[in-house]
Write a protein that binds this ligand. Structure first.
Ligand code: ADP
Ligand code: ZN
Ligand code: ZN
Length: 754
């Protein structure tokens, strides 16, 4: 049978690939799955990815069109990569064309060649090497350029690399070219983007726990099998060095490693640390890259030009020449979950990818998610432990500060203030953590109680003193404050609650001779600013650091000895069942910034609920015992990870449409039948109480950006059955008349119910 039907993934709201005819002048051998094609689609020419060839189509012949052009000579993806993208589409119930659109760099979606053109670089010719004496000592630019090119004789320099070390070098280069002293060569696009790597440093000797972790992972890597590891390492235990040890082994054998880190963790420091340890350049991929940089990194990894890819969530999709190891750091971090478009968990998908590739995967954290701890309990993940801080530092001590009725300044109790004085007087740094930016979260009329609310969202406007604006933190709305209360005309307003701006102002007043840095979304909006501020913080240039959770993650500030947490109580009484887990992770991560240097660290946590069992357990016994108790609570309530959830969301400008749509979805689900699955106990019963849909209900934030929001929760204790239940009816959602009025989405394993 000839395979003359081409199944093509085209972006759009349809679950499966579209069928096209193979043009007569093409043989099925020249067109393979994993190649890009141009296809006619809705009166336009669209780029799509061939997913399969088939000998049969359900689309009648007169409705089918032919493939217009084939863009690749070789598939862009291996068959394992193709399986992985397919799996992602199925498991997360996302259209395959949307998965492809998310996974492929923009340049490739625009039809550019798989391998981008190289970059120009220069090196000295034989004549050039001998030309030193011909350069006048007064021609400073020429001398500098010559010396630079001589130094990197074997490594041609790109314009970017020259810019890093010289200024105004172009006229000198022109002259050298005229003299025949330099020649141009084409180097990989990656070389054009990165400064020359620093020489291989002497690496620290791994401690026995780090070494044991490296050995265990390496044993699996050598066996050529899959294995998942949960690396539980306390803050400052040197997880990064352990990863680097693992990577070093794998790349020695000529294989590659994929390392995913949270968005905020991918700093130039991290990259430099990797390159210095491994003694070679690594490719990076994050949201700050431009289209050509992304294309370049993608192709360098795919061709095996570089051994390590260090990236954020979306680097997950990059094809590798010879993948040998996957690592994901801070595995509990929410930034690994894509919350819009194609919703997926990069953590869970990475484990799947490693399984398809038959390579080990390491998930690391000081505060593992309850899901991963459960997987470790079940033996799906092997546990690795780093229980000591590396480099001799000791763990900080945690203490609750009862602030009920306590005297305070801008939310800082006198007890915390006294502790701050002691640490500051000893010449140490203090970090204050407050997870709320702006000056005050509520602006209220003092006479009638009116509050400034966002017109488009179900939320208060936050007062920002520096810009003198009320801002909504859920949409981009901002407005000047009212001159008089819109309700009663009073001009007396109260600003209630504290944000980081206010905390900063109060601390400046209280400690006028100390220097202070505030790190939050408002102070780091400009490109490079985050880097600048954290560099200053690390160098010890500021005595007091104030920050939101941006400051909590991964940073190494060796001079911080006191961490004060101003207000965590909101996390204790949330309607989201994951709030306690998140709060505990935040506490331990923020606390982990204390005492990483020579001096021991102290952590003071202000609370109005000093007897709260969760808090006391966490503070007195640590994250492990906290997590055990939290898991038992989840089990008793039949919540994930002891059951599985899928959240269907809908929102609409028109009141009622979103809810009506979800009601229709629910009706569809209720009329579905579970496919009869043969099992030892016989076919499954249906309907049954182990699989249900709750709702639709209004979302916790009922309105956002002018839209009314609803959700429908599907839950079941058998993952496969839950998914096949949805899969039976989901195609109806796309064609439902209300689907045009409603923005809707499917969120598998939802992390946030907002
Ligand atoms: P984590 O990510 O586990 O919080 P880091 O990887 O940031 O910890 O390591 C903390 C510090 O300890 C870093 O400065 C690191 O260079 C250092 N370090 C890690 N391992 C060793 C070791 N074996 N010997 C000496 N110093 C180490
Ligand atoms: Zn009023
Ligand atoms: Zn808003």
């Amino acid at each position: 049978m000839t395979q003359n039907i081409v199944k093509v993934a085209v972006p759009g709201p349809f679950l499966s690939p579209m069928d096209y005819d193979l043009p007569a002048d093409l043989s099925p051998q020249t067109l393979q799955p994993g190649m890009r094609v141009r296809v006619p689609f809705r009166a336009k020419s669209q780029l799509g990815l061939v997913m399969a060839l088939a000998d049969h189509s359900d689309v009648p012949e007169h409705k089918r069109k032919a493939v217009e052009a084939v863009l690749d000579e070789q598939p862009l993806l291996s068959s394992t990569d193709q399986q992985f993208w397919q799996w992602l589409s199925h498991y997360y119930h996302q259209p395959i064309g949307e998965v492809v659109a998310t996974a492929l760099p923009k340049r490739l979606r625009q039809g550019e060649p798989a391998t981008p053109a190289g970059t120009t670089a220069w090196r000295l010719t034989q004549a050039g090497l001998a030309a030193e004496a011909d350069i006048s000592p007064r021609a400073h630019q020429q001398t500098a350029l010559w010396q630079q090119l001589k130094k990197t004789e074997s490594d041609p320099m790109t314009a970017q690399a020259l810019n890093q070390v010289l200024t105004n070098w172009r006229p000198a280069l022109k002259r050298f070219e005229k003299q025949g002293w330099v020649e141009t060569v084409q180097v990989s696009c990656l070389a054009g983007q990165r400064p020359a790597t620093k020489p291989h440093q002497t690496n620290p000797i791994l401690n026995p726990e780090q070494q044991a972790a490296v050995d265990q992972v390496d044993r699996v890597a050598q066996s050529g099998e899959f294995g998942a590891f949960l690396l539980e390492g306390v803050t400052g235990s040197g997880k990064t060095e352990a990863y680097l040890g693992m990577i070093e082994r794998v790349i020695e054998r000529g294989r590659q490693a994929l390392v995913l880190v949270p968005e905020i963790g991918l700093t130039p420091q991290t990259v430099a640390r990797f390159e210095a340890y491994l003694g070679q350049p690594v490719a990076v991929m994050h949201s700050g890259l431009n289209d050509s940089e992304r294309h370049c990194a993608w192709s360098a990894v795919r061709q095996g030009d570089v051994a390590v890819l260090l990236g954020t969530r979306s680097a997950l999709f990059t094809p590798f020449q010879n993948l040998g190891l996957c690592i994901l750091d801070e595995e509990h971090d929410l930034s690994f979950k894509q919350q819009d478009g194609v919703r997926y968990s990069a953590r869970d998908a990475l484990v799947r990818r490693a399984h398809l590739e038959q390579v080990p995967v390491v998930l690391g954290s000081a505060t593992p998610s309850l899901e991963s701890l459960r997987n470790a309990d079940l033996g799906r993940y092997q546990s690795l432990h780093l229980t000591q801080r590396a480099a001799g530092a000791s763990m900080p001590t945690l203490k609750l500060l009862d602030v009920r009725g306590a005297a305070e300044t801008a939310g800082v109790s006198d007890a915390l203030m006294t502790a701050m004085e002691a640490h500051l007087n000893a010449g140490h740094q203090v970090l204050l953590f407050l997870n709320r930016r702006g000056f005050a979260p509520v602006m209220m009329c003092h006479d009638c109680g009116w509050q400034a609310q966002c017109a488009d969202c179900d939320a208060n406007m936050t007062w920002h003193a520096a810009s003198r604006l009320l801002k909504c933190h859920h949409c981009n709305a901002q407005s000047p404050p009212p001159s008089a209360c819109p309700n009663c005309g009073s001009v007396h307003f109260a600003k209630i609650g504290q944000g980081t701006e206010q905390l900063e102002a109060a601390m400046r007043e209280r400690f006028p001779d100390k220097s202070l840095l505030r790190i939050d979304r408002d102070t780091t909006r400009l490109k490079g600013q985050m880097q600048k501020l954290t560099d200053q913080a690390r160098a010890g240039d500021a005595d007091i650091l104030i920050g939101t959770q941006m400051l909590a993650k991964g940073h190494h500030f060796p001079k911080v000895t006191l961490v004060g947490m101003i207000d965590l109580d909101q996390g204790l009484f949330s309607c989201d069942y994951r709030a306690a887990e998140r709060m505990a992770q935040l506490v331990i991560q923020v606390a982990g910034r204390a005492g990483r240097g020579e001096q021991a660290g102290e952590v003071l946590i202000q609370t109005h609920h000093p007897q709260h069992p969760l808090l006391t357990r966490l503070v007195e016994r640590g994250y492990g015992p906290f997590a055990e108790a939290a898991l038992r609570e989840r089990e008793a309530a039949d919540l994930p990870p002891f059951s599985h959830q899928i959240l269907i969301r809908a929102e609409s400008v028109e009141a009622g449409a979103a809810e009506a749509f979800l009601k229709a979805v629910k009706n569809g689900l209720n009329s579905a039948r579970m496919p009869k699955q043969p099992s030892e106990t016989g076919a499954f019963e249906w309907p049954d109480q182990r699989l249900w849909a709750a709702g639709p209900v209004v979302a916790p934030m009922m309105r956002r950006q002018k839209r009314w929001r609803y959700q429908l929760l599907l839950q079941g204790d058998h993952r496969g059955r839950l998914h096949s239940w949805l899969a039976q009816v989901e195609s109806q959602f796309y064609t439902h008349p209300l689907a045009r009025k409603v923005r809707w989405s499917i969120d598998v394993d939802p992390q946030e119910m907002v």
